[in-house]
Design a protein around this ligand. Structure first.
Ligand code: HEC
Length: 152
C-alpha cells in the first residue's frame, strides 16, 4: 500500500514537470529558436523571405481542413508561389524538426499571440499529418484550396 502511494506521488511529480498545457511558456521560446529568423519577432514575415504568420491564420485555424493544413505545413514544409496580405512570396519553408508536442506548443503560441485565436492544434493532429506527409508543392495546393474555402 505504501509503495503504491509513493508511486502515485512520483507519477504526479513527473506529470507536474511536463504537463504545463499545450500553450506552455516554451511556445514562445520555440518560436524564437525555430521560426523567428524567417517569420520575424512580430510574426509579420519579410518580403522576399517569408510570409506573415500574423493576422492570417485565424480563419484557417477555425475549420478542420485549415487545422490539417497548418499541421501539414509544419511537418512537410511548403514551396512555391503564394500571396499573403496582397504580397507575393516564392520561397521555401523547410519541414520543422520538432516533436508533435513542441509543434502543438509553438503553433498555439503563434495562434494566440499573433492571430487572436484561441484555437489549438493538438499534438495528435501533427502525428496524423506526419503519417501522411506530403510533397512541399502539394502543401501549397492544399493551402490554396482551404483558403478559397474559408474566404481568406
Ligand atoms: C527558413 C525560413 C523559415 C523557417 C525557419 C520557418 N518558416 Fe514558415 N514559412 C517560410 C516560407 C518561405 C513560407 C512560405 C512558403 C511558400 O512560399 O510556399 C512559410 C510558410 C509558413 C506558414 C503558412 C502561412 C500561410 O500563409 O499559409 C506557416 C503557418 C508557417 N510558415 C509557420 C512556421 C512556424 C511556426 C515556424 C517555426 C516552427 C516556421 N514557419 C519556420 C519560411 C520559414
Amino acid at each position: 500500500m505504501r509503495w503504491r502511494r509513493n508511486h502515485l506521488l512520483i507519477t504526479c511529480a513527473l506529470l507536474a514537470c511536463v504537463g504545463s498545457g499545450p500553450v506552455s511558456a516554451d511556445g514562445a521560446a520555440l518560436y524564437t529558436t525555430h521560426c523567428v529568423a524567417c517569420h520575424q519577432p512580430d510574426g509579420n514575415g519579410a518580403e522576399g523571405l517569408a510570409p506573415p504568420v500574423a493576422g492570417v491564420l485565424g480563419k484557417l485555424a477555425g475549420v478542420p481542413g485549415g487545422r490539417e493544413y497548418l499541421a501539414q505545413v509544419m511537418v512537410s514544409g511548403m514551396v512555391g508561389k503564394i500571396t499573403s496580405r496582397g504580397v507575393k512570396y516564392d520561397g521555401s519553408m523547410p519541414a520543422v524538426a520538432l516533436t508533435d508536442e513542441e509543434m502543438a506548443s509553438v503553433m498555439g503560441y503563434v495562434l494566440s499571440t499573433f492571430n487572436a485565436s484561441s484555437e489549438e492544434i493538438p499534438a495528435a493532429l501533427f502525428a496524423k499529418a506526419r503519417g501522411k506527409r506530403m510533397q512541399p508543392a502539394a502543401v501549397r495546393k492544399q493551402r490554396e484550396r482551404i483558403r478559397a474555402e474559408v474566404g481568406e
